[in-house]
Design a protein around this ligand. Sequence first.
Ligand code: UDP
Length: 369
Amino acid sequence: MKILIVGAGLYGAVCAHELAKLGHTITVIDKRPQIAGNIYTHEVAGIQVHQYGAHIFHTQDPDIWAYIQQFATFNRFTNQVVANYKGELYNLPFNMNTFHQMWGVNTPAEAQAKIRAQQAELADREPQNLEEQAIKLVGRDIYEKLIKDYTTKQWGQAPKDLPSFIIRRLPVRFSFDNNYFNDPYQGIPIGGYTQIIAKMLDHSNIDVRLNTDFLTDRKTWLQDFDQIIYTGMVDEFCDYRFGALGYRSLRFETETKPVGNVQGNAVINYTDADTPYTRIIEHKWFEFGAGDPEQSVITREYPQTYIKGREPYYPINDENNNALAKRYLDFAKTQYPQVHFGGRLGLYKYYNMDQVIASALHLVSEFSR
Ligand code: UDP
């Protein structure tokens, strides 16, 4: 088959790689001047800079871990985020170190007692939103200092108006373990992410065309290919006929500092309302301080409203948006049966990289049936 893949990010590249191996003829187009979508990294001062935000690979699936390692060797990086609330430092995710720093408690039983006392305000109600879910998990003190303002900045909405699943991305544990993820496999690819995508796309059956927009020429693309895999926004693909889906955008401010070590950690979150950014990434710490000892690259991450022309980094998966996304996907399926939607934007899902790979491999398995 002649297959067009729109978007040279992780989802598109996994599909391209696997379908090319099956003997299909693949064209991959991307409107950006480079491959790799939002996992694009490039070298500055001897280290890999994550241009579209930090990406830490983690998975609980040994097959996905084995799969990604065909394309790179991973280091043993473990994400251990520090939160800065008005100069007070706390370990994340919520664990015994955090509870000790917040309340001076030393044992799991003491921490659990504190949280139980603070949960009482919910009176056994099932949490209905992010705020209630957070208070149920870690109590009001932690909610007020580490969650409320960060979440409001990140999403541009009050935690009361956000779905509770977002806060359940973060582990809560009663041990002294600062690992941000529960997954057994985690790391950063040595040499960056772009090489992974380059290797996936390096096949004689794959033709890659950059600076190429699907939507400006959609009629021709739709005519010329048997099947299309589309990783852009599903509402835009359908000309917003049912209205726009909600997305959250980000602005990254990247700076090379003439200092070897700026913050001593890969990720520091700023959880107060006054700091306009949510976090600062110091890229060299993804590689244990490698690179130029006299310089360091940092990136401040400012959440911003999504408007056309900006990058839609996050879907806002509340009930209304999810229902609308389903309506779009159902509509597209009947109107364009040859088009398959995939990735964070195509499926309107807050996917991590491992979920993107699993989902792409699933689509490929449907093709080969
Ligand atoms: N969160 C928070 N405080 C933090 C970090 C995260 O309240 O210091 C909340 C916030 O609502 C955020 C969610 O937890 O959107 C998920 O965080 P994660 O780090 O998984 O977000 P991502 O890295 O995908 O932006």
